[in-house]
Structure formats: C-alpha cells, structure tokens
Design a protein around this ligand. Sequence first.
Ligand code: PLP
Length: 451
Amino acid sequence: NRDGKYSHTAELKRQDAAHHLHPFTDFQDYAAHPGRIISRAEGVYIEDSDGNRILDGMSGLWCCNLGYSQPGIVEAVRKQLSELPFYNNFFQCANEPSVRLAARLASLTPDNFNHVFFTNSGSEANDTNLRLVRRYWDLLDKPNKRIILSRTNAYHGSTIAAASLGGFDFVHRQFETLPYVHHIAQPYWFKDGGELSPEEFGVRVAKDLERAIDELGEDNIAAFIAEPIQGAGGVIVPPESYWPEMRRILAERDILFISDEVICGFGRTGQLFGCQSYGTSPDLITFAKAVTNGFQPLGGVLLGDRVANVLTSGGGEFGHGFTYSGHPAACAAALATLDILEREQLVERVADDIGPYLQRRWQELADHPIVGETRGKGMVAALELVRNKHTRERLEDGGKAGAVCRQFCIESGLVMRAVGDAMIIAPPLVCSHEEIDLLIERATRALDLTA
Ligand code: PLP
C-alpha cells in the first residue's frame, strides 16, 4: 500500500545517506539532503520511489540511447548468462560473444578500423589508449614521444590516468595527475569568444594545437585526445571552422589522434561516430556507455590499422588487460543493442528526423529572457543561463542558477543536467516527436521558474 511504499522509501534514503558514498558528490551535503531513489524505468521515463514519473532528458548518464524498454537486450543477456555466464579472454582463450562483437564492430566502423580491445568502462578504455600509444612509439623506436595533448574542460574518465587526460580544474586541484599530459584550449565560443564570430574563434582556438606542438616539440608528442563534442564539460559544440582546422594541423604532424566517443558514439550526432560527423580521421576511438544501451558495463578502444599493424607484428606480449575484458554478458548486450540500432535505423533517424526536430524546437528556447545561447547537434544540446543576453552577465555567481534550474526541471518532470550555468540534454534517440515537445514544454516551465 501507499504508506508501506513511503516508509520503505524513507528507510532506503536513510540507509543511502548513512552508508553509501556517491560518485562526484559532496558527501556531507548528500547526507543532509539524500537524493531520489530511482526504482523503475519504462520507455524514456524513469520513476522514483515516491512514484514521480520523470522524462529522462539525459538517457541515464548518456548511455540508454534506446530508452529503457528493450526486451531484446534483456533476453540476450539472460540467454548468455544461462549458457556461459563468464569466461575470460586471457591465456589463449576467447568467449564467443566477444569474438562476434569484435568482428561486428570491425564491420561497422570506418574501413581502416579492424581491431578492438575491450574494457569495462570509458575510463579504462582511455587508460588502455595511453598504453597502446606508448607501445606503438616504443616499437617504432621513438621512445621520446611521451606527451599527450588534451583540452581544458575535457572529460575522459576517473581513473588516475583518465582524470589526468581530463581537464577539470577542481579534479586536478584535489589529486595528482600524470606529468606528461598537456592541456590546450577548448572551443567554448560563448565563454571565450569575445568579439570574434564563432568561425573566427574556431580557427583561432585550433591554432593552440599548432602552438603547443611547436613549443613542446613534435618529437616529444605521442598523441592528442579529444571528444568530438565535449559532453560532460557542458556540451561544447565547436564552431564549424574548428575541426577542419584541427584536421589540417593533425595531418601535417606525426602524432596519433584519439577520438573519445564515449558520448558521441553509436548515433548521438547523426553518424555512428562523432568523428564521422566532423570528418576527422582518428587513429584510435574510445567507446563505452551506449554500446550496450547502458544495460551492461562495457567499453573499449577501436584501433585503426596504423596502430594495430605495429602492435600485431612482433610487439611481444601487451602487458595490460582486465578480468572482464570482453565479458560475455556485456558483449551479448552490445550485439543486441547494435541489432536494434541497425534494424530500427536509429542513426539515420537522428540525422534525418528526430535530431533536426529536437534542434529546431531547442532553438526556440533562445528567445527566453534568461537564455544567452542555445547550441546542439543531433540528439545532444545545451543552453546558457544569463541575466543579460547582450553582456552575457550570469544570473548568479558560481553556477548556482544551473543547480536551481535543474531542481525546477525535476519538479516539472524532466531530467536535465546542469554544468555550471549551462543546462544540457542528451535524450534517448528513440524519443517520439511528442516526447520532444513535452521536453521543451517542461524545460520552458523550469526556465520560467528560474527567471
Ligand atoms: N570519456 C568520455 C567522453 C566520457 O563522457 C566519459 C564518461 O562520462 C568517460 C570517458 C568515462 O567513462 P566511464 O564513466 O564509463 O569510465
């Protein structure tokens, strides 16, 4: 009964506050204000233990791209667990789903990508990248190539190595980072563009890559890592001029390029990978999250032939791997996810139908008095909260307006995330037009309440 349900919820919240440390959370604050317990999910809605049904504008944590009702994935995992719940890929063994997934990914990805190394998460995949890159240059007898270039405000994960690649200042202030990672500028026009047009700004920021390579020395640089669109940093959609200029610089220099597609991968930008949307040519691709629709933990690195050919021809044992690299249940979930993505032509849907529809409706929010900018691509978008549209003056110091707006979103029945004063969404690719309309309606209500 209802009372039973609420006392059950109260007890769960008490236990949560008393015993459970949450990621990226102020522990003291959480203990004082315990969060919502999410108990169920259906379609593109989540339901909390108090019975509130909320439209999930973030696809979980950018991973449930096909929404929550996917019995095909559930059944594939169940079947795999009953046939072979676990076997590793170490010591001259392989399990069947991991082999089938490796071959499937090789057939789906751009032509020169024919190998994959599996991990459990995006963070571990980026750790793996560092080791692949290191081995590659060592085997080519270029041991001085050690420096990794990354960008400010990037998010590449939370292991020590992945957080070093990331560009979050507050994380770097709390923890030591790897000494050989160097950060260059991000293409955040709304914040840093000043009087420049977005296109002028995009070219100018890209030149920071050229400057860094000249200063640090091409012979000392191993790789550059970047997300096609910075996600967790605030959905920083780059000006159209940015990636062509980056591509020109990268083509002239002998450094590897890692495209971190943990968010952009598997259709979010209207192509299978964000690098295809922007026409860049990476040597390595990081993936995770949506590969299993978030139903099982799985990540990995796709290796282009340039790197794979060196590592697979006499490199000796690669001293790296995880017990669950290529876990059979996770790989079965990924195979079922890819089946649905292809059968329902969801990548094409993002490019031709629901992506343009979301972007058209999202742009309408730019007329709201406290919105300074809207931006987006495919099924990802952001807006900037301001007091003054022309001066870009913020509503409050310290990103508080974002937190206030996020709370009003929840009360209006919508999950929207705040990154400082940027409000961001990445709804499931399967959203209907009506669900996008509802998202815009609820976002507008939250903006009205925030104003
Ligand atoms: N790379 C990017 C671009 C991400 O957005 C994330 C997570 O949000 C990661 C890596 C880390 O992935 P995980 O949380 O699975 O370790």
